[in-house]
Write a protein that binds this ligand. Structure first.
Ligand SMILES: Nc1ncnc2c1ncn2[C@@H]1O[C@H](COP(=O)(O)OP(=O)(O)O)[C@@H](O)[C@H]1O
Ligand SMILES: [Mg+2]
Length: 219
């Protein structure tokens, strides 16, 4: 579904990503773990065309690294960004409809809590519900590949559990997932495979059930 080859990215001075190679298969959920500043967000941005990059990005059989962000979205890549970026003054329903799509039924089926609260300003939702909304908004675009940037950020462990159950339900829709995280237990629960990113390079790769071994080496 996605293959990244020798990807470099920078914000002007010096490469923040230094030759990334990775793959996400059809229906596969893959995790990227790594400390603050490793380049996790930059990697997702580069896949979406939101930061300048060099190297190949092959999505669904097509080389997309020269395409504009909106063209990549049209092909089926969608992101739930770092910090959620929901519109706090808009209600839940309008946050979803702002994508310009009308896929509400399916999204509400996945997230019944959001339907219950559809008239509520997004800023009055709990942290977990706001995260669900950010993920739901990305799903409005019916992506083939969903990128999630730290979905557990700032959430209590029981709420992280709810987010991880939601990601499991999304997997059943045949969406491939690439999720970056610092929360290893979420990664362990929702992914098949994991890459470790450190200072802009992939330094290790393993099956998610081998995470414990990796954890001892890198964390
Ligand atoms: N907009 C930006 N302009 C300049 N440097 C940036 C910008 N965003 C991130 N960086 C730098 O790129 C590196 C990787 O950041 P980031 O991808 O956000 O890491 P992570 O998501 O793993 O915490 C850091 O050194 C950070 O300071
Ligand atoms: Mg980040």
């Amino acid at each position: 579904m996605l293959e990244v080859k020798n990807l470099h990215a920078s914000y002007g001075k010096g490469d923040v990503l230094r030759g990334i190679n990775l793959k996400v298969g059809k229906k596969e959920a893959v995790g990227i773990i790594g400390p603050n500043g490793a380049g996790k967000t930059t990697l997702l941005k580069a896949i979406c065309g939101l930061v300048e990059s060099r190297g190949e990005i092959i999505f669904d059989g097509k080389e997309i690294s020269k395409l504009k962000t909106h063209e990549r979205i049209r092909l089926g890549i969608s992101i739930s960004p770092e910090g959620r970026r929901i519109f706090k003054n808009l209600n839940v329903r309008d946050n979803l409809l702002i994508t310009g799509k009308k896929n509400l039924e399916e999204v509400y089926e996945l997230f019944p809590k959001l339907k219950e609260r559809e008239k509520q300003p997004a800023g009055t939702l709990s942290g977990g519900e706001q995260q669900m909304l950010a993920i739901a908004r990305a799903l409005m675009l019916k992506p083939k590949l969903l990128l999630l940037d730290e979905p557990s950020f700032g959430l209590a462990p029981v709420v992280v559990e709810v987010v991880s159950e939601a990601i499991d339900r999304i997997r059943e829709l045949d969406v491939s997932i690439l999720v970056v995280e610092q929360n290893l237990s979420l990664i362990h629960e929702v992914t098949d495979r994991v890459y470790v990113l450190s200072s802009g390079e992939i330094v290790a790769e393993c099956a998610s059930n081998e995470l414990e071994r990796i954890e001892k080496t890198y964390f």
